[in-house]
Design a protein around this ligand. Structure first.
Ligand code: ATP
Ligand code: MG
Length: 405
């Protein structure tokens, strides 16, 4: 891959998470390539290539199911070519001024993400003192942190994500502006925040990350209703449902079991849904319609900050609405419930509620036994599993990632 570019006369380096993770002895999630070839030139080298993103133009080179992101070296831009780099209120809306490799290093986010692996001589190029920070376990934003967060507020989330995932400390000056600037997340398109939330919570360190997000006041910007609900205590116990749900997610990822955004968001939004439904029930509504109404309302408010695609919103609401049906164990009802396509997810959700002390553990145990006695539980439809796997591999397209690469 890198050699194809090289043989075509271009410079090509591995950059970003791939280099960082390899140097740390971790398995990289994916590889990013930086080159001096323009996107159109990259396309001429690879037939299996698609150019994506208007704001941040880059090439996706397909190898079977894998996609490698190839970005052209960029600079911060200085006067000329202003139409290629558009900044509004300090926020970068378009970032397509090409430059040299050392300029490219400076516009990246953290020093440890600005290391290049050069295939010319197999060396690691370090324009930003990233090696030292990598050794010392530190996240340091390049340039003036406040300005860099204003350019792209998602960098605040990235700081927390890498800190959680790598167990690194956020350096003081990189850390200080986060809480005061957390409100800038409101300016970020909700679809991009959705992609970031998946990376935050489905990366294997969800619990760590959740606690850090709350610590820096970022969580309330992403999930305002949940933060509100969590500030209440019940029977003098802090609410632990979300914590348990997230540590459960981390465990599933460690065990390489599938995780779906529908379940994740069902966990994250359950507290506000449950509270609102409780209110409706006090006003006389039955459990199922109360959950339906509450679910719809919480979801539509949530979509203002982090928009959840409909294909996950529907199953998420199924998971909630099935909860009261577990309580009804009379006659043929359990038999019928077990055939519901979302039974398995809803049952896992029930277990979580029982663990958190929110519902009777006897009830959860009953359903565990019931499944054992009644043949094997329904597996999730396989078509959906296959689609999810494909989707997880695909990177979010650059359209809503203004300064990514
Ligand atoms: P991982 O892929 O493991 O989540 P990564 O560091 O590779 O981590 P990517 O989102 O794949 O993250 O981005 C690749 C590289 O592009 C980063 O390492 C960084 O150098 C640069 N980059 C990504 N997003 C930004 C951003 N918002 N601002 C500046 N540079 C960025
Ligand atoms: Mg990457």
């Amino acid at each position: 891959m890198l050699y194809r570019l090289k043989n075509a006369g271009y410079r090509a380096c591995l950059v970003g998470g791939g280099v960082r993770d390899l140097l740390l002895g971790r398995e990289p999630k994916d590889f990013d390539v930086a080159t001096d070839a323009r996107p159109e030139q990259v396309r001429q080298v690879f037939r299996n290539c698609r150019l994506i993103g208007r704001r941040f133009r880059l090439a996706h080179v397909h190898f079977g199911r894998e996609i490698i992101e190839v970005a052209t070296f960029r600079s911060m831009g200085d006067g000329e070519q202003q139409d290629q780099r558009q900044v509004e209120n300090g926020m970068i809306l378009r970032d397509n001024v090409y430059g040299t490799i050392d300029e490219d290093a400076q516009r990246r986010d953290f020093t440890i993400n600005a290391l290049y692996y050069d295939i010319e001589d197999f060396s690691v190029l370090d324009y930003a003192n990233g090696m030292q920070d990598l050794r010392e376990g530190r996240l340091r934003l390049l340039g003036d942190p406040e300005q860099r967060y204003r350019e792209d507020p998602v960098r605040m989330l990235r700081a927390v994500r890498f800190a959680g995932k790598l167990g690194f400390l956020i350096e003081e000056q990189t850390e200080a502006p986060i809480e005061p600037l957390s409100g800038l997340l409101q300016e970020v398109p909700s679809a991009r925040l959705y992609e970031e939330v998946l990376k935050l919570f489905l990366g294997g360190s969800a619990l760590e990350t959740f606690e850090k997000l709350r610590h820096y006041g970022l969580f309330s910007r992403l999930f305002p209703a949940t933060e509100e609900a969590l500030s209440h205590e019940e029977h003098d116990f802090p609410i632990t449902f979300v914590n348990r749900g997230l540590s459960n997610t981390d465990q599933r990822i460690r065990e390489e079991k599938p995780v779906t955004p529908a379940f994740l968001f069902a966990v994250l939004l359950w507290e506000p849904v449950r509270r609102l439904a409780g209110q409706y029930m006090e006003e006389g509504l039955a459990a199922v319609p109360a959950l339906q109404d509450a679910g719809r309302e919480v979801l539509s408010a949530q979509n203002q900050s982090v928009s959840i695609p409909k294909r996950f919103g529907y199953p998420m609401r199924d998971i909630w609405q099935l909860q009261p049906r577990f309580e009804n164990r009379a006659g043929k009802r359990p038999q019928r419930l077990i055939t519901h396509p979302k039974f398995r997810a809803a049952y896992d959700f029930l277990l979580l509620r029982a663990e958190a002390g929110e519902t009777d553990s006897e009830l959860a145990a009953w359903w565990t036994d019931f499944q054992k006695e009644n043949a094997s539980p329904q597996p999730e439809p396989t078509e959906q599993k296959r689609r999810r796997r494909r989707r997880r591999r695909r990177k979010p397209d650059g359209e809503d990632k203004p300064v990514d690469g």
